[in-house]
Design a protein around this ligand. Structure first.
Ligand code: SAM
Length: 289
């Protein structure tokens, strides 16, 4: 079942969190000259036109990237500022007060930030989106294959330096079990890589019954005893809210050391701008472990 289309959600609050962290990690890893392999296991369509099609229907970016774009760039903490810079550079120059027309997905971000010596590989199973991805981002190697299964053949990379971005659509219940298995295998092959794994926080009447999604972060957390971070940003209805996504999180193995501090600095602002008055039952807008 491949009915998920990321265009509906482009630039929303979970995108802001995951893409802000992705940019931070890529920029940090580029401080070393040695070649970096960047794998995007679930690529989507690469980037999204916000003025037409699916993205224009839900307009989720209005509660995501838009509030950040309205802030004076120098007042933004580093993680948010880098994201705003990348998003602005991805759009034609114009009046900064005017809204953006395109939002870069993870493949466009990776393509923009990789250097000549680096390699970017992007997986996407949906036929239409993988065709778009291939056409739009020739800088990347695009493969219409299962991105999680493909990790086996790619890790460890010859340069021993890799960032693996894992951003599934969680359309099927099995995804919550297949994912940790694939990650465990990848860690067995290459435990020193930087892994970013995104997960949704779903309310009681979310896509699956309670319990289906809630064990995932704990399972992922327990897979690796080394340097790791877990960040969650609550941006929607509380845990007892009626339905849908009330936030999202990331598990990061081997994060660059300044990432924790950057998140501590950025989360209050992200929570204020993206959470609005809808707070989680926990009484605060984020969690960082
Ligand atoms: N990472 C993208 C971004 O940040 O812009 C968004 C990706 S979207 C959340 C997930 C994508 O994964 C969907 O386009 C879906 O078609 C694709 N997909 C689902 N299962 C997959 C798999 N096993 N391998 C590769 N792609 C898959």
């Amino acid at each position: 079942m491949l009915s998920y289309r990321h265009a509906f959600h482009a630039g929303n609050a979970p995108d802001v969190l995951k893409h802000g962290v992705l940019i931070f990690c890529l920029e940090y890893l580029k401080k070393k000259e040695k070649a970096l392999l960047c794998i995007d296991t679930h690529g989507g369509a690469g980037y999204y036109d916000l003025t037409e099609g699916y993205a224009a229907q839900n307009r989720e970016w209005e509660q995501g990237i838009t509030p950040l774009l309205k802030e004076a760039p120098l007042t933004l903490p580093p993680l948010a500022r880098s994201l705003v810079t990348v998003v602005r550079e991805f759009n034609p120059p114009g009046d900064p007060a005017a809204g953006i027309k395109r939002y870069p997905g993870s493949p466009a971000i990776i393509a923009a930030l990789l250097r000549e010596q680096d390699r970017g590989i992007c997986f996407e199973l949906h036929p239409a989106d993988s065709t778009l991805l291939q056409k739009r981002l020739p800088r990347l190697e695009v493969r219409r294959e299962d991105g999680l299964a493909a990790l086996k053949a790619l890790l460890p990379p010859p340069s021993r330096r890799a960032l693996v971005f894992i951003d599934p659509s969680y359309e099927m219940k099995d995804d919550y079990w297949i994912l940790p298995e694939a990650v465990k295998d990848a860690l067995g092959r290459f435990s020193s890589g930087c892994y970013l794994i995104w997960y949704p926080l779903l309310g009681r009447k979310g896509h699956f019954p309670p319990g289906e999604s809630t064990g995932l972060p704990e399972r992922l957390w327990s897979l690796y005893g080394g340097n790791r971070l877990r960040v969650e940003l609550y941006t929607g209805q509380g845990i007892s809210g009626t339905r849908g996504l009330y936030g999202s999180g990331l598990i990061i193995y081997n994060p660059p050391w300044p990432l924790k501090e950057a998140l501590e600095e950025s989360l209050p602002l992200l929570s204020r701008l993206l959470g609005g008055s809808k707070r989680s039952e926990k009484g605060y807008g984020w969690d960082l472990l």
